[in-house]
Design a protein around this ligand. Structure first.
Ligand code: GRF
Length: 202
């Protein structure tokens, strides 16, 4: 059974999809803790509602990355709760080598585009303004780059003429909530294997 530590900065709807799959018995895992760099993030309130240990970790002095004392505290908490798999779920900071080396090939992320298209912030908005006709979401292992690690699962979403950034993001999120539990299910089943940067077994 996976012991998942979740890191997030926002509303936590992806965390909710993972918790729902665990509670429904369709994902052989336990969410051991939820950590956030935002003190009043919805993800912490959701963890509280499910009696999952949760903590705010002050990210200072960094604005966009997780490093230094905050990184050490996050690694310490994840180890304390016995996490063996880390799921970034709307975590708005770049994770650095400290966390990646503490959990080699066990840090996953979900990104709201079909990578390698549109890495970085507000990927649904990037896709809409670029004019592509299909976008989606990607669950991938995290490496030292930005949204560049080995891809586990992708789900596509068509872009409609009357889409706004809100409607498009909402439809991408519907697919995210299927993709993240599915990727974790494959990991829990021991199905995933690497061939260079390809992830096989999906
Ligand atoms: C998702 O769209 C995810 O792909 C991106 O940030 C958003 C987080 O949403 N990385 P939520 O907090 O899980 O609702």
């Amino acid at each position: 059974m996976l012991k998942i530590g979740i890191l997030g900065s926002g509303s936590g709807s992806n965390m909710q999809s993972i918790v729902d799959a665990v509670e429904a018995g369709t994902l052989d895992a336990r969410v051991v803790c939820v950590l956030s760099d935002v003190a009043d993030a919805g993800i912490l309130a959701r963890a509280a509602r499910h009696n999952i240990p949760h903590h705010y970790v002050d990210p200072a002095p960094f604005k966009t990355k997780l490093e230094g004392a905050a990184e050490e505290r996050v690694i310490g908490l994840l180890q304390e709760y016995g996490a063996d798999t880390i799921a970034l779920a709307g975590f708005m900071r770049v994770v650095k080598s400290g966390l990646l080396q503490a959990f080699p090939r066990r840090v996953l992320n979900i990104h709201p585009s079909l990578l390698p298209a549109f890495p970085g912030l507000a990927a649904w908005k990037q896709a809409l303004t670029y004019g592509v006709k299909v976008t989606g979401c990607t669950v991938h292992f995290v490496d030292e780059g930005i949204d560049s690690g080995p891809i586990i699962i992708q789900r596509s979403v068509p872009i409609l003429d009357d889409d706004t950034i809100e409607t498009l993001h909402a439809r991408i999120q519907v697919e995210e909530h299927k993709a993240y539990p599915e990727a974790l299910r494959l990991l829990a089943a021991g199905r995933l294997r690497f061939d260079g940067r390809r992830v096989l077994g999906t």
